[in-house]
Design a binder for this molecule. Structure first.
Ligand code: RB5
Length: 149
């Protein structure tokens, strides 16, 4: 799978580990920055890079990391076609894909450590959307909200 990873300064300590975890699983990983620690950078920029990579079909999924995961999640969800969630437990990381078809995982590097973050990413990328009627119906309703803007 093609996956984009990005972070602001708050997420920077975690990004390289996540990048390497995904690569070790055989995925094609695009590192969309930050490429160096810059305390003045802003999470919406990196959420936008990942969201646009999804919108353009360059990647199937993304991981955006900030300090808490909150800002990254808020910003990523502003892009049409992006369904982002913070998942700091593995149940949500997998079920968020299976039931809700999330395509962006948001992580807070100040909240979770490397080991848990790796488990979260593994759960996220290994999960597949369950196309059962009720999940498809709910997803269609989410898409209808987006289309009504
Ligand atoms: C940056 O200091 C921090 O505010 C940001 O990474 C994130 O936690 C926002 O939600």
């Amino acid at each position: 799978m093609k996956i984009a990873v990005a972070c602001d300064h708050g997420g920077f300590p975690l990004k390289q580990d996540i990048f390497e975890q995904l690569q070790s699983m055989g995925h094609e990983v695009a590192d969309l920055g930050a490429h160096q620690l810059d305390p003045e950078d802003d999470y919406p920029d990196f959420a936008r890079y990942v969201g646009q990579a999804i919108q353009h079909g360059h990647v199937e999924r993304g991981v955006v990391i900030c300090g808490s995961g909150v800002g990254a999640c808020v910003a990523a969800n502003k892009l049409d076609g992006v369904r982002a969630s913070i998942c700091h437990d593995t149940y949500s990381a997998a079920q968020g894909v299976e039931h809700d078809n999330i395509n962006v995982l948001c992580l807070g590097a100040r909240i979770v450590g490397v080991s848990l973050a790796n488990e979260l990413v593994i759960a996220f990328v290994n999960a597949k959307f369950n196309p059962e009627e009720r999940y498809a119906r709910r997803l269609d309703k989410v898409k209808a909200i987006e289309a009504s803007h």
